[in-house]
Structures are given as structure tokens and as C-alpha cells.
Design a protein around this ligand. Structure first.
Ligand code: ACO
Length: 428
């Protein structure tokens, strides 16, 4: 068998080094021994945006972007989305195995019974302006929860971590629903612990005067969307949760950092952009002109392309099916017809084929959320609800990983060399 090492010759010194290769990776710290002199700091790697740097070992989610494969703890996303409930997925991601019936009941009961938030959280949320963006409210609300649970700082204790996981899984939907009510100027609807996880959330968002007629097809569609968003390995918001959590802060604060990262338009906001694009196109006959504009570099086909998937995003396939189920209930939306035609045209076009641009998870999700009655500003909140179990699982894994320390990248300093302070009177 070939040797699992990398031989490097430093042409500055003529010295040769042999570095071990494990899991297709060399350790960046092994490069530090490569120096030009005893004073030299040692060789570093430069990798803005972590394009080619593994920052952790993880056993949670596997992605093969070329083949379009996504697996949670080894289970294909297609099978999970068809058969599992969201709480089952949350358990799987966090505990590593699917729960048996007793474990699932215990987990679901615990999550169902901690849905209430302290009334001071309500006062805090009421302090936001009438037009506050729900993501700003959510990240503020979840961050504020840490002040109500000072015991959450005890992150070395696995039982304490479990308790915070339950609290976050139960209370984030409540805060998220309150953000929705704020958006509509409606009084807050309190949690109902007799309902299941999704049913309770939907009730808290849509109930008027204590009444809401549940539509089980739409609820299952929402559940599938949350499942499809539950984890996606080391994406921007998950990396934020890990980096902030690596300082030893409580999980409420670490998760609110994840929410902040997701708030950004390059991460959680693309489905909103798809709807704006479909509005801009307006009708099917204007699709060819729009595609030509995109090909000339005047704008992008939103909901297409992915940093990791260079073939069909497996979640997009599943979401397309969900879209049909939802529109069968709510009636066909002209925007869905534009989206389907747009997808068909783009998938046959050499520009998109040669660049391996396929629909991603966001191409249809916004249309579905809109059909369910959620406004565009709220889509990212729904994404956050879905991603929460993934953030928690990755945080838990990070805490237990002995190789991890506080996250602290290096830099290449490009500023001025040392110089004496100039008093104010002598500055030009
Ligand atoms: N429409 C048109 N052209 C595109 C698109 C697109 N959606 N995406 C990429 N391209 C083109 C680029 O112009 C580039 O072409 P060139 O080689 O002629 O210059 C080539 O494809 C490669 O593009 P990059 O930007 O280098 O690809 P990258 O992997 O960095 O970008 C991204 C991935 C950001 C998702 C990109 O495809 C994009 O902007 N898509 C639209 C926005 C979107 O849908 N985002 C959601 C991502 S999924 C999520 O976050 C949950």
C-alpha cells in the first residue's frame, strides 16, 4: 500500500519534511515545523472562507455534493423525510441513533412540557418596534433566554446540557411564533401542550380568538421542510454556533449567534430572493428574456447553484414534491407555474449544465411557505426552527471533542510596521 504521507521540500531552505496524511487531510499544525530560521513563526495555510479546511471531525451529517447525497447519521434524507417526525430527527441528530418508542415518547413529552417562556420575555419582545424584522426579534429573544437560565453556563455537565437542549427545542418555537404575531399586530397565542410539536407551532402562529382549524397536509409539509433543513454540516450558521460555543458560553448565546448568521441574505435569505425574482419575471412568456439576462451576467437565477452540491440538491427534489402536495390544498399559484417552467428551461440550457447549476433547497421552499400563509420576512425564522436541532447536535459534539479549543484563526498582517505614536498637535 502507498505510504500515507506527504513529502514537502521547502525551496527557501532546501529542507524536506514528511507529514502524515489521515482521512485525506494533513494537519495544519504539522506545517508549523517548516521554518526558515529559529525565530521564524513557521508555515501557515491561508484559507479565507474555509474553502479547503476541515475545522472538526463530525459524525452527524454526510454530504456528497457531486453525487447529491445527504445523510443524517447515515440515514438517507429521502427516507428520513418520508418516514420520520421532526422530533425524531432532532433526537437522531443529537443522540446519534433513532429513538425507540419509549425514548421518543420521553423526548416528545419533555419538549412539549417546556414550551412556556417567562412572562418577562414577553415584555422584552413587546419592546420591539411594530415593524421589527422577526429574525432580529428571534435572535434577541433567544439570546435573552440565557439570562433566565443562569444554570445553562454549566456546560461541562451532560445532564445540564440535555436540559438546555429540551428548553431550546421547546421555547424557540414559542418565541418564533410571538415574532410572527408581532409582525401581524396580533396578541400572542400561548403554547398548547396537548398538541404535537408542529401542531402547537402552527396554532401559535395562526390561531385567532383561540381558534384554528388544523390542515394536516400543510402541517406535514411544514414538518418535512423543517426536517430537510435540520442539519447541513459545517455551514455558516453552524460554524458560528461552534465558534461562539467554543468560548464556553451558554448554549442560548451560542444558538443566537447561529440565528444571526442565518439572518444574512447569502445564507438563510435566498428563498425570499426567489420569490422576488418570480415576481419580477411576472409571466411565463418573459422567462426566455430573463434567462438571457442571467446568461449575460446581469443577475443570477436565484434558487440555483450551491457551494457544495454540484448536482441536484437532494432536498430540492423532495421539496418539489411537497410543493405539489401543498398547492393541491391551497390552489395552484401562478408563481409555481413560472418556477416549474423556469427550472425546465434552465436544466436544458448549456450555461447552467456546464456550470453544474441545479435547483437548490430554496428554489421551492419560499413558494410553499407563502402558500401556507407565512410572509417573506418570516421564511428565515422557519429555516432557523428547522436548523435548531442541527445547531444543538453540533454544539454538543464540539463540547465533547477533546481536540477542540477556543476557535481562533490566524491572520496575515498587512498593516503598517511598528511606528511611534504621533501627538494630536503634530498630526497633519
Ligand atoms: N445563476 C446564474 N449563474 C450562476 C448562479 C446562478 N444562480 N450560480 C452560479 N453561477 C455561475 C457564476 O456566475 C459562475 O460563472 P462563471 O464561471 O462564468 O463566472 C459559476 O456559475 C460559478 O459560480 P460561483 O459564484 O463561483 O459559485 P459558488 O459555489 O461560489 O456559489 C452560490 C454558490 C452562492 C449558491 C451561487 O450559486 C448563487 O449565488 N446562487 C443563487 C443564490 C442562492 O440560491 N443561494 C442559496 C444557496 S442554498 C442555501 O444557502 C440554503
Amino acid at each position: 500500500m502507498a505510504q500515507q504521507t506527504l513529502t514537502i521540500t521547502d525551496n527557501r531552505t532546501g529542507k524536506t519534511y514528511e507529514l502524515p496524511i489521515a482521512d485525506g487531510t494533513i494537519k495544519a499544525m504539522d506545517l508549523r515545523q517548516i521554518r526558515t530560521s529559529a525565530e521564524d513563526f513557521g508555515l501557515m495555510t491561508y484559507d479565507p472562507a474555509f474553502m479547503n479546511t476541515a475545522a472538526c471531525r463530525s459524525a452527524i451529517t454526510f454530504i456528497d455534493g457531486d453525487k447529491g447525497i445527504l445523510e443524517y447519521r447515515g440515514y438517507p434524507i429521502e427516507e428520513i423525510a418520508e418516514h420520520a417526525s421532526f422530533l425524531e430527527v432532532a433526537y437522531l441528530l443529537n443522540e446519534g441513533e433513532l429513538p425507540n418508542a419509549a425514548q421518543l415518547k420521553k423526548w416528545s413529552d419533555e419538549v412539549r412540557y417546556h414550551t412556556y417562556v417567562h412572562t418577562n420575555i414577553i415584555k422584552f419582545l413587546e419592546g420591539f418596534r411594530y415593524d421589527a424584522h422577526p429574525m432580529g426579534m428571534l435572535l434577541g429573544g433567544v439570546g435573552a433566554l440565557s439570562t433566565f437560565y443562569p444554570d445553562a453556563k454549566n456546560i461541562e455537565d451532560p445532564r445540564c446540557r440535555y436540559a438546555q437542549r429540551v428548553r431550546l427545542m421547546s421555547k424557540v418555537p414559542t418565541i418564533a411564533a410571538f415574532c410572527f404575531r408581532n409582525l401581524h399586530g396580533l396578541p400572542y397565542e400561548f403554547p398548547r401542550n396537548d398538541l404535537d410539536y408542529i401542531g402547537n407551532f402552527v396554532n401559535m402562529t395562526f390561531s385567532i380568538g383561540g381558534k384554528h382549524e388544523p390542515n394536516l397536509v400543510l402541517q406535514r409539509a411544514l414538518e418535512i421542510l423543517l426536517i430537510l433543513h435540520a442539519d447541513h454540516e459545517q455551514n455558516c450558521s453552524t460554524s458560528a454556533v461552534r465558534a461562539v460555543g467554543s468560548s464556553g458560553v451558554d448554549p442560548f448565546s451560542a444558538i443566537s449567534a447561529g440565528i444571526a448568521a442565518l439572518y444574512g441574505p447569502l445564507h438563510g435569505g435566498a428563498n425570499e430572493a426567489v420569490l422576488r425574482m418570480l415576481d419580477e419575471i411576472g409571466s411565463k412568456d418573459r422567462i426566455p428574456a430573463f434567462i438571457e439576462k442571467v446568461k449575460k451576467g446581469e443577475g443570477r437565477l436565484m434558487g440555483f447553484g450551491h457551494r457544495v452540491y454540484k448536482s441536484y440538491d437532494p432536498r430540492a427534489r423532495l421539496i418539489k414534491k411537497v410543493a405539489y402536495d401543498v398547492f393541491a390544498q391551497t390552489g395552484m399559484n401562478p408563481k409555481l407555474e413560472i418556477a416549474i417552467e423556469l427550472e425546465q428551461i434552465a436544466l436544458k440550457d448549456e450555461y447552467f449544465i456546464s456550470r453544474k447549476l441545479y435547483p437548490n433547497v430554496d428554489f421551492y421552499s419560499g413558494l410553499i411557505y407563502q402558500a401556507m400563509g407565512y410572509p417573506t420576512d418570516y421564511f428565515t425564522v422557519l429555516f432557523a426552527l428547522g436548523r435548531l436541532p442541527g445547531w444543538l447536535a453540533q454544539w454538543e459534539e464540539m463540547i465533547g471533542d477533546k481536540e477542540q479549543k477556543i476557535a481562533r484563526p490566524r491572520q496575515i498582517f498587512t498593516g503598517p510596521a511598528r511606528r511611534p505614536y504621533v501627538p494630536l498637535a503634530k498630526r497633519g
